[in-house]
Ligand binder design. Structure first.
Ligand code: P1T
Length: 418
């Protein structure tokens, strides 16, 4: 059940950290427990047919832990409503399924690989087609057709950290009656509130910053209109891609420290991005907190205090071999998919998260074989910088030495040695 968050006229608007801790977090009315219990019951008693004791009937339709989590994130996204799903992908799928057959969607080109897969391989099965554009602010008007219903933005994008001016796109889309969705996974509501910039729906892979501890897969959509609430909550129940009560409880626990984690990750990523930019082993760095980022001005307008967030990517000297070696040589960063957890991760999008996108399409948006993606956790910044530097040094030198040995025939390719 989604209920608008309470606004009282005699309490001042609360800050983010206060809402993160308290929104949707009532004390248990019977025991006084400060932390809500996990409500594992799948069904709820009715006193007469169709007359439940309380507001709950069956846990797929709604349950106390999911409700409270939804209220908490709605407050943080400055939304009236939020709906939780079994994964970020399920939130995406539900929004696409809510479109009529024959609808058309315009999406930024560099989206998460799984979103690209849904758009290109699943949506068309129910008659929805998607056009991708690398420069949506420039050519949105050209792409809008009579049947265009939705614009899909990821800002920052995964994995190249490109930004989109949400307000500019929303104004162009709304002028033609088209709704705008923003995937805010990479920043979290602490750093960006897309609804405040004109978006109609904000989506999250809760799996990332919102839960923040790499132990829950969940998704969420937040919005302001009753019409969207009816359409999407109908599908949330009908398709049933819902999170469990336990996962909702865990994600709610995670969200209570989101402001602390998101801030530290951003501080850490800033330190790492500067170190990468200064390194002779690095071709280029994608980080919206750097002055060199092509969309830095958008970050200053759209992100809290112009912060860059905890995610970055960079191209390493020495091609894919060096990139692969780098990911094996880090000691603090773990080589793994996903992001937004307390622990730092590295990955190679071209062969991991974005491997399903054809090479020409991914390279067109900057996802080359030598691109490394980094998710900065909340460890100490000096340690993260030092670990990156030692891994870079070794990876680039080892790869260069291996290439020299190969061309000198040391590996026996064209030489005479054993
Ligand atoms: O994994 P899931 O909770 O289904 O979320 C999908 C998703 C949606 N949007 C963005 C921007 C994402 O990054 C993701 C998931 N991404 C990864 C698993 C990853 O490593 O990039």
């Amino acid at each position: 059940m989604t209920v608008p968050i309470e606004h009282s006229t005699d309490t001042p608007a609360r800050g983010f950290g206060t809402l993160a801790v308290h929104a949707g977090a009532p004390h248990d009315p019977t025991t006084g427990a400060v932390i809500e219990p996990i409500s594992l019951s799948t069904t709820f008693e009715q006193t007469a047919a169709g007359k439940p004791v309380g507001v709950y009937e069956y846990s797929r339709s709604s349950n106390p832990n999911r409700d409270n989590f939804e209220k908490a994130v709605a407050a943080l996204e400055k939304a009236k409503y939020a709906l939780a799903f079994g994964s970020g992908s399920a939130a995406t799928a539900t929004i696409l399924q809510s479109l009529a057959q024959g609808s058309h969607v315009i999406s930024v080109s560099d989206v998460y690989g799984g979103t690209h897969r849904y758009f290109t391989r699943v949506a068309k099965a129910h008659g929805v087609t998607v056009t991708f554009t690398p420069q949506i602010e420039v050519d949105i008007a050209e792409h809008i057709r009579d049947n265009t219903k939705l614009v899909w933005i990821e800002s920052p994008s995964n994995p190249t950290l490109r930004l989109v001016d949400i307000r500019a796109v929303a104004e162009a889309a709304h002028a033609r009656g088209v709704a705008v969705v923003v995937d805010n996974t990479f920043l979290s509501p602490y750093l960006q509130n897309p609804l405040e910039h004109g978006a109609d729906i904000v989506v999250h892979s809760v799996t990332k910053y919102i839960n923040g501890h790499s132990d829950v897969v969940m998704g969420l959509a937040a919005f302001n209109t009753e019409e969207l609430r009816e359409r999407l909550s109908f599908l949330q129940n009908a398709c049933g891609a819902v999170p469990s009560a336990f996962d909702s409880w865990l994600a709610h626990r995670g969200v209570k420290t989101l402001h602390l984690r998101a801030k530290q990750s951003s501080i850490n990523a800033t330190a790492v991005a500067h170190a990468l930019e200064a390194s002779p082993h690095v071709i280029s760095v994608n980080y919206p907190g750097l002055d060199s980022h092509p969309h830095r001005k958008i970050a200053l307008r759209q992100h809290r205090d112009g912060m860059g967030g905890g995610m970055l990517s960079f191209r390493i000297q020495g091609g894919r071999a060096a990139a692969e070696r780098f990911c094996q040589l880090t000691k603090i960063y773990t080589l793994a998919e996903s992001l937004g957890g307390i622990e730092s991760l590295v990955e190679l999008p071209s062969v991991m998260t974005h491997a399903g996108i054809p090479r020409d399409q991914r390279e067109a948006v900057g996802v080359f074989d030598d691109l490394v993606r980094v998710s900065c956790g909340i460890e100490e910044p000096e340690d993260l910088v030092h670990d990156i530097q030692q891994a870079l040094d070794k990876a680039v030198k080892e790869t260069a030495a291996a290439a020299t040995n190969t061309s000198n025939g040391v590996n026996g390719v064209n030489g005479h040695g054993l």
